[in-house]
Design a protein around this ligand. Structure first.
Ligand code: SAM
Length: 217
């Protein structure tokens, strides 16, 4: 057996110190967070900070979310392994990578070309072939591939975009930060037998969801 690398040790520490004590208990989520090399999703100059308890800049005024928030949003989807999941806001690609270890297929949409180009290179490098991505306004969803068993929006909007609710399967779970541009409620919407319920699971601060069903640019 090979001995763990410093990255492996940092990643394990992240799980033990930042995730489990804050209530991340879903085994599949913890396994994915232990597996995906987060340091590859940030610039080399920031790699040593990749496992810290904070978000980091990824260029174009955007961020890779704090590990705990990625884990919380992932856990909220309650994935079993068979699902098709839509992510809005690819950013660095890290959240999509984590999801890809836990479900059948991830569809991810980003509005900034340079970010998606970089994220795709990392997906290829890691052979994460069950991630499909495109450039677009994700607030309109991905109608051609709907319905999705899970939807995660990794930017904060003023309301839950209606097309995403329509494109959610039944049963299905959608996680999204909703609020103003400074503070949002992380909301979990569940669709079960045609009934919709929404609850708040955390308070968060995300970059803006910009689009036809989000904030104007
Ligand atoms: N999930 C990302 C990660 O793991 O690195 C974090 C994403 S960052 C917090 C939010 C991203 O949402 C940014 O890259 C931003 O460009 C993108 N975004 C904002 N509005 C969007 C929209 N309407 N459609 C697609 N992407 C959008």
């Amino acid at each position: 057996m090979t001995s763990p690398s410093p990255w492996d040790i940092n990643r394990e520490r992240m799980v033990e110190e930042q995730l489990i004590p804050r209530g991340i208990h879903d085994e599949a989520t913890l396994r994915a967070m232990r597996t995906v090399p987060r340091h590859l999703f940030v610039d080399d100059a920031m790699a040593s900070a990749a496992y810290g308890d904070h978000p980091l800049p990824i260029g174009s005024g955007q961020t890779i979310s704090q590990p705990y928030i990625v884990a919380l949003m992932t856990q909220a989807l309650a994935l079993k392994g068979h699902e098709r999941v839509l992510e809005i806001g690819t950013g660095s690609g890290y959240q999509a990578a984590v999801l890809s270890r836990m479900c059948r297929k991830v569809y991810t949409i980003e509005r900034i070309d340079a970010l998606l180009v970089r994220a795709r290179k990392v997906f290829d490098r890691l052979h994460y072939h069950n991630i499909i991505s495109r450039i677009d306004d994700g607030t309109a969803g991905w109608p051609d591939e709907a319905p999705f068993d899970g939807i995660v929006v990794t930017a904060g909007g003023p309301k839950i975009p209606e097309p995403l609710i329509e494109q959610l399967a039944d049963p299905g779970r959608l996680v999204i930060p909703v609020g103003d541009q400074f503070l949002q409620e992380l909301q979990l919407l569940e669709k079960i037998k045609g009934e919709i319920s929404v609850k708040t699971i955390e308070y968060v601060r995300f970059v803006n969801l910009i689009g036809i069903h989000g904030w104007s640019a």
